[in-house]
Design a protein around this ligand. Structure first.
Ligand code: NOJ
Length: 770
């Protein structure tokens, strides 16, 4: 026994030595990553970062904490890089230009530290996928993971190392334009989408080949901007913050996200970018986040604008002290201008600076940038033109679409019945609008519009003709129009507008079928794209009504990033397909869906209001007084949504039955199994998203009427039946209570509903005992 112990000790000594030596050897020889690289590389990475830190001057360290835009500086970017005052550059998409600046950093600086190139790769780089709200509507995290890994591969091939995504802000007010960039209103769906996107961008570990760093944003509460006005302050109760707004961020951190972006706005009176409670206590102390935080653009200097910091020095010190490692700025950084003095004055310490810089260096080391700072420009060309990527984009667009209405089974179209087809609307043949916002490197010539795809589909079998009908435009231009180089159509005169309108209506009247593609132009949705109305913009509604009045069948395809006021359409148009901004393959996907080559299976990731006056409206509300009048909270109109959260139709039909709970009672820390049978009751194959909702009947706090706690997208052949299982664990019943200011798990009665949307009626119940 003793002998064995000696042996074992000796063995662990050898093991410990080799664990220390192997990484050093690997580093020295630049060996490829070993299988257990994650564990071993921590040692290598830390050693290497510390070694570098020891050689760096204070200015070089602060330089690493500065990120600048490649444009709009008024300062020479190259000169600043050469003087070691830049750690990261954003907004470059061209591999040759990226290589050029990287050479300036690597060859032209004392310690040869490579730059990190960042870009908003939000829903694709060259191959554009549906906008994030659309991808969330797929309720298919695996698909979303694949889409973001394609985006990562293309971006990395072009020399981009870091995306400012995913955006995981919960949004319950669709006036806010950035609802398009997130996963909607629900923390459970939002958390699943957050983790999937982090995995997609980053791969299995930081530095996985063909992957990039993710940056979860905007930490935190940006989606609750007052009045839906972008950049305005958020006032969020601690109940809502912990239970609704923070969970997707926590999910991203648990999935290993390496960076976070601090938000622009005040959160409950303290700017997020100077919020030590948020950036330190929650993020680092509570969640054990080990990566780094970058500010949103100019957000450090803005601390002064907020009436928070007294001057630029105070702004730099407070952001730094709160936990912002890197400052994103257009011109000079407040960090570069002020932190050296602050250090001399003893207001910050060098060890604080080292702690801030270390994770930035570690990220560069993990990405392998010291060994491979440059991108192979020939590879870039091949990778971004990969036809497999277009196939993924097509698949994603098909899976993201949501069928909102299909009276009389108009869809899928019977091709032989429609020999003349009118395609109408300002979005029907617009490539930029088909791809949506945040597209900087996409090649619009590759984008397929609905009109183009339809012509291709019907060939000589039918005559397809297009008329725009109306023009739509923002009253105030978007600051992004210049950046995304959108070609503007000249505004029509009044008489021309009348002619175009009449021509479109006449075309519809002379055709067997009309497909109208309406919604918002891409620049009406996204950053700086808030609206005080949800109406169809311009004269789209009038055009729709005039076309329906022709009596010919109409299919309405919507392209938008927020729910719109489509009350009239929901009553008078037989078929409505929500396509979002579907991306490069958008037209093909829509045509496949309307001709039945693909079957819609997406579900709404938000509650669709009837009109803007109902906003905010979300399914997981609490009930208080007079619950029986929940649908009549306004005296002029129903207070129910137009379409509930989780809603979406298929060409197939489904039924749910046999809800089984493994136990009628559980203890607080026990789990239970819930199973349900879902059956395709039609002759068509299709997908159903099985959704599980929970309601806690009593507790330390009052709880929402129902909350999503499980979902699965299931494919079913005609008449196929499947049994789906969900596990309800302790975490699903834990919530943050503002009564105790702590996480609680109560003993209570619980309701369970399972079905195809948030109004699911198949019910079960169980008790949680103390
Ligand atoms: C400002 C936006 O709020 C943020 O989401 C984006 O990543 C940065 N600009 C960089 O483009």
């Amino acid at each position: 026994m003793k002998h064995f112990r000696v042996h074992r000790r000796f063995f662990s000594f050898v093991q410990a030595v080799s664990l220390c030596i192997l990484p050093v050897l690997a580093e020295a020889q630049n060996l490829p990553a070993p299988a257990d690289r994650n564990q071993l590389s921590d040692f290598v990475v830390q050693q290497r970062a510390d070694k570098l830190l020891k050689q760096m001057t204070t200015d070089e360290k602060i330089g690493q904490m500065s990120q600048i835009f490649v444009f709009g500086n008024g300062l020479s970017v190259e000169e600043r890089i050469r003087s070691g005052r830049v750690g990261s550059v954003l907004f470059m998409t061209d591999p040759a230009q990226i290589n050029h600046l990287q050479h300036v950093a690597v060859d032209g600086t004392r310690l040869h530290i490579p730059l990190l190139f960042g870009l908003d790769v939000i829903h694709g780089f060259r191959t554009i996928f549906p906008v994030p709200i659309g991808m969330a509507a797929s309720w298919d995290p695996q698909m979303v993971e694949r889409a973001q890994s394609v985006a990562a591969e293309e971006a990395r091939a072009a020399g981009v190392h870091w995306t400012f995504g995913p955006m995981v802000d919960i949004a319950r007010d669709p006036r806010w334009g950035r609802i398009v960039e997130g996963a909607g209103e629900d923390p459970y769906l939002g958390s699943a989408m957050a983790a999937a996107q982090v995995r997609g961008f980053q791969g299995q570990y930081i530095g996985s080949p063909n992957h990039i760093l993710a940056c979860v944003k905007h930490f935190a509460g940006y989606g609750a901007a007052e009045g839906g006005r972008d950049y305005d302050e958020s006032d969020i109760s601690d109940d809502q913050l912990w239970n609704v707004y923070l969970p997707p961020f926590k999910s991203a951190v648990d999935a290993g996200v390496v960076t976070l972006m601090s938000a622009y706005m005040d959160l409950n009176g303290v700017p997020a970018t100077g919020n030590k409670w948020l950036l330190h206590d929650v993020l680092r102390e509570d969640w054990h986040f080990k990566g780094f935080v970058v500010s949103d653009n100019e957000a450090v200097k803005s601390l002064q604008t907020h009436g928070f910091a007294k001057d630029s020095t105070d702004a730099a010190i407070r952001a730094f002290d709160a936990g912002v490692n890197m400052e994103m700025a257009l011109g000079k950084t407040a960090y570069g201008e002020n932190l050296p003095e602050a250090l001399k004055a003893g207001r910050i310490t060098i060890s604080q600076i080292d702690d801030a810089v270390r994770p930035i260096l570690e990220a560069k080391i993990r990405l392998g940038l010291f060994e491979h700072p440059y991108v192979d420009e020939t590879l870039a060309k091949k990778t971004i033109n990969d036809p497999e990527h277009r196939a993924e984009a097509l698949h994603s667009a098909e899976r993201s679409a949501v069928l909102l209405k299909n009276d009389g089974g108009l869809l899928p179209l019977q091709a032989s019945r429609y020999k003349t087809i009118a395609v109408l609307g300002p979005l029907a043949d617009s490539k930029v609008d088909t791809t949506g916002s945040w597209v900087f490197a996409g090649d619009s010539s590759e984008t397929v519009t609905v009109f183009e795809a339809l012509q291709q589909e019907v060939g000589a079998e039918a005559h397809v003709e297009y008329a725009q009908g109306v023009q739509i435009a923002r009253k105030f231009p978007s600051p992004f129009d210049g950046i995304s180089k959108v070609k503007k159509q000249a505004a029509w005169s009044e008489s021309q507008s009348a002619e175009e309108f009449a021509r479109a209506v006449q075309l519809a009247g002379n055709s067997d079928l009309t497909i109208m593609v309406l919604g918002e132009a891409q620049n009406m949705s996204g950053e700086d794209a808030s609206r005080s109305s949800l109406a169809l913009p311009g004269k789209e509604e009038q055009l729709l009504e005039a076309v329906v009045a022709t009596g010919k069948p109409v299919v309405l395809v919507l392209m938008n990033g927020r729910p719109l006021d489509i009350r009239w359409a929901s009553e008078h148009v037989p078929a409505i397909l929500e396509a979002w901004y579907p991306g490069t393959q958008g037209g093909n996907a829509i045509v496949n869906l309307i001709y039945g080559k693909a079957v819609p299976g997406g579900k709404l990731p938000f509650t669709w209001p009837r009109n803007v006056g109902q906003v905010p409206i979300f399914y997981a509300h609490n009930t208080t007084q007079a619950p029986s009048a929940q649908d009549k909270r306004y005296w002029n109109e129903e207070s129910t949504p137009l379409y509930p959260f989780g809603f979406g139709m298929s060409y197939a039909t489904f039924s749910f039955s046999n809800l089984q709970l493994s136990k009628p009672e559980v203890k607080t820390n026990e789990t239970l199994d819930v199973s349900v049978d879902v059956e395709n009751t039609s002759e068509m194959a299709g997908d159903e998203v099985v959704q599980l909702y929970l309601h806690q009947q009593s507790g330390t706090s009052s709880r929402p009427v129902r909350e999503l706690k499980g979902f699965r997208r299931v494919s079913l052949s005609p008449h196929e039946k499947k049994t789906i299982h969900f596990t309800i664990g302790k975490d699903d019943r834990t919530y943050w209570s503002s009564a105790t200011k702590s996480w609680v798990i109560d003993s209570s009665q619980f309701d369970v509903w399972v079905g195809g949307d948030s109004t699911a009626s198949l019910h079960g119940a169980f008790s949680v005992l103390p």
